[in-house]
Design a protein around this ligand. Structure first.
Ligand code: CO8
Length: 258
């Protein structure tokens, strides 16, 4: 693959968007490569968690590729938006933990990519923003939908209408970033978090992720039913039996993901 690097170590996949000359901007080729890597990871049982980051020290992803986008007609633009939305939804619904390690600019499509991940860890140097209305367009890789769900309608509108670029600390304050770290410790902290989650019951983590994601798109009663059904499903697994037995025997659980 030309634009995306995949590294794998100890059950953790590190996906690096790698177009540093364009500050890792997402063109259609990069999105297709990213989608194909996500699909491979989906069916690879050896990979338990994923970290997405940007190549170089300056940028996570500085948005969709403006040079490529500037040549699109209306139908092509819709297709481009749907391509990215589809890849980001596959990331959001991947039945494994996905952490965005935001190492620099996360603008436009870059902020939208980070928001499709479960957790956002930011370097102190990170900058977040949705600058699309500067370009005569709107956020269309999911930003008008995921940003208000994360930070609320008012702050989402403030960020999208103003195009203000905000610091990592401000992103943390409004709930866009989960944690802020020194640049040199960002990846280590992301890996440590992944390793911590990997000691938990994979069944529990997977079903909790699906329950949270599905619940946000339906009314409370439907979300509660989904949660209760997922809870019931746990009782057909070995992991539930092992988790509760281990507690009662005062030992560490040995989960097998079955
Ligand atoms: N697309 C293409 N190239 C880019 C992008 C981008 N988004 N961002 C940076 N680059 C390129 C620059 O053109 C430059 O290339 P070159 O060296 O060949 O001139 C190189 O990266 C370095 O950039 P700068 O020289 O500008 O670096 P600075 O440190 O001066 O500035 C900034 C960094 C502030 C990040 C600046 O590059 C910038 O403002 N970039 C654009 C950010 C932006 O507007 N992003 C949003 C794009 S729109 C979007 O994401 C919409 C998603 C939904 C679209 C739906 C489509 C249908």
């Amino acid at each position: 693959m030309e634009n995306v690097i995949l590294k794998e170590e100890n059950g953790i996949a590190e996906i690096i968007i790698n177009r540093p000359k364009a500050l890792n901007a997402l063109n259609s080729e990069t999105l297709k490569e990213l989608g194909s890597i996500i699909d491979d990871i989906h069916v690879n049982d050896n990979i338990k968690a994923v970290i997405i980051t940007g190549s170089g020290e300056k940028s996570f992803v500085a948005g969709a590729d403006i040079a490529q986008m500037s040549k699109l007609n209306s139908i092509e633009a819709t297709k481009f938006s749907r391509l990215a939305q589809n890849v980001f939804s596959r990331i959001e619904n991947l039945p494994k933990l996905v952490i965005a390690a935001v190492n620099g600019f996360a603008l436009g499509g870059g902020c939208e990519l980070a928001m499709a991940c479960d957790i956002r860890f930011a370097s102190k140097k990170a900058k977040f923003g949705q600058p699309e209305v500067n370009l005569g367009i709107l956020p269309s890789f999911g930003g008008t939908q995921r940003l208000p769900r994360l930070v609320g309608k008012g702050i989402a509108k403030e960020l999208i209408f103003s195009t203000d670029m905000i610091s990592a600390n401000e992103a943390y304050r409004i709930g866009l970033a989960n944690k802020v770290y020194e640049p040199e410790e960002l990846l280590t902290k992301a890996k440590e978090f992944a390793q911590k989650v990997m000691t938990k019951s994979p069944v529990g983590v997977r079903l909790a992720k699906a329950s949270i994601n599905n619940g946000l798109d339906v009314d409370l009663e439907a979300g509660l039913k989904y949660e209760a059904n997922s809870f019931g499903l746990c009782f057909s697994t070995e992991d539930q039996k092992e988790g509760m037995k281990a507690f009662l025997e005062k030992r560490k659980a040995n989960f097998k993901d079955c």
